[in-house]
Design a protein around this ligand. Structure first.
Ligand code: GDD
Ligand code: MN
Length: 358
């Protein structure tokens, strides 16, 4: 199998020749066939000259982009011109040890579709990171786990060091925004097995990191876009729409039964239950149509009730908290409570009610 190694660079003149030397040594000792594709964003510091020099004697290509900038889009550009069966992405600053490449490739040869150089599994470590960056990294990961539970078992979703079979991204529309190209591939790609290989995230050999504090916002907007692209946001919108219909059912039945002569507290109890059931069956037939095929009606109906019961408590606590502690107008507090409990209900529906039992 041939490997294409994609190295995005921005002002890495000092590092790139060291990287190449170590890379070609690894190629030689492990008899790896492959090419290196450097995607440079017009560094103007001599990076391209160094790469061009190597390309005369080694399988090295360079793409220089003048118009665009950004790590993820640089990687995608590299994927497009890669000839290998396996694509591998790594940084130029030697924080990703080239000596780990054979292990990544072997993982794929042994059946993985994606092999991730991971800082959080055995044999992996963060190296010397400040506490701030550690917290940000953990927080980012926790947020992604919450929104995308299907990849929660992958410990290092933010790694910039990974390999995958080219089929994984065949016909997949990767969006060239953000920094976390791996996350994009994990959520949108076609694969069965992703495996992690521990590695020690080294110190930057020279120069400094290009990823500043803005990366946090870029990461969050990336997550939101992935929510949309993976169809989850559409689900949330459907869920809210069904919820509104449920309100209609609730009010309609309340009015009808009360004018028919029932005490309003009794028709209220009936109308609340009716709206919960209406929500449930509409979501079952529409929002979670696919998922519903694999879960039993009885279990999901009980789980949905349990979720919504807690949702009501959350709504009630929010009503109190925002009114009493934050001195808000009680109608606003209720509105916030409704929003929070709806999100709660939605997450409960996605992660529990309609989750196939293993
Ligand atoms: N072409 C291109 N364009 N390359 C870029 C750009 C860009 O806008 N920004 C950064 N790079 C290149 C750098 O030259 C380097 O080779 C690599 O991308 C990583 O950039 P760093 O600036 O060294 O990133 P980092 O060390 O802070 O972050 C690394 O670790 C993170 C894990 O915490 C990266 O691997 C991230 O992808 C990873 O998430
Ligand atoms: Mn780096």
């Amino acid at each position: 199998m041939n490997v294409s190694i994609i190295v995005p660079t921005y002002k890495e003149k000092e590092n790139i020749s060291k990287l190449f030397d170590r890379l070609f040594k690894v190629f030689k000792t492990h008899k790896i066939n492959g090419e290196i594709i450097v995607v440079d964003d017009d560094s103007q510091d001599g990076t391209t000259e160094v790469v061009n020099k190597y390309s005369k004697t080694h399988p090295v290509k360079i793409i220089v982009r003048k118009e665009e900038r950004g790590l993820a889009s640089a990687c995608i550009e590299g994927f497009k011109s890669a000839k290998g069966d396996i694509l591998l992405v790594m940084d130029a600053d030697l924080q990703h040890p080239p000596e780990k490449i054979p292990e990544l490739i072997n993982a794929i040869k042994n059946g993985a579709d994606i092999a991730i150089g991971s800082r959080y599994v055995e044999g992996g470590s963060l190296g010397k990171w400040g506490i701030g960056r550690k917290i940000v990294s953990k927080g980012a990961s926790a947020l992604a786990n919450m929104l995308f539970s299907e990849i929660k078992d992958i410990k290092d979703k933010e790694s910039g060091f990974f390999a995958f079979k080219k089929e994984v991204i065949k016909d997949v529309k990767l969006k060239p925004k953000g920094y976390k190209i791996l996350l994009e591939i994990l959520i949108l790609g076609n694969y069965d097995k992703a495996e992690e290989v521990g590695f020690e995230f080294g110190k930057r050999s020279s120069g400094e990191s290009k990823l500043g504090i803005g990366i946090i916002f870029s990461y969050i907007s990336h997550l939101i876009r992935l929510l949309w692209a993976s169809g989850k946001l559409a689900k949330l919108i459907k869920f809210c729409f069904v919820g509104l219909l449920g309100v209609g059912v609730n009010l309609g039945i309340l009015y009808f039964l009360t004018t028919a002569g029932l005490h309003y507290m009794i028709s209220g109890a009936i109308s609340i239950e009716a709206s919960v059931l209406a929500n449930f069956f509409l979501n079952r037939a529409w929002t979670f149509k696919e998922e519903a095929k694999y879960v039993s009606l009885k279990k999901s109906i009980i789980k949905d009730h349990a979720t919504r019961f807690i949702g009501i408590l959350i709504n009630y606590v929010a009503l109190y908290t925002f009114t009493e502690m934050f001195n808000m107008y009680y109608m606003f507090s209720m509105l916030i409570g409704i929003i929070i409990s709806t999100l709660w209900n939605f997450i409960g529906n996605v992660m529990w009610v309609w989750k196939q039992e293993k």
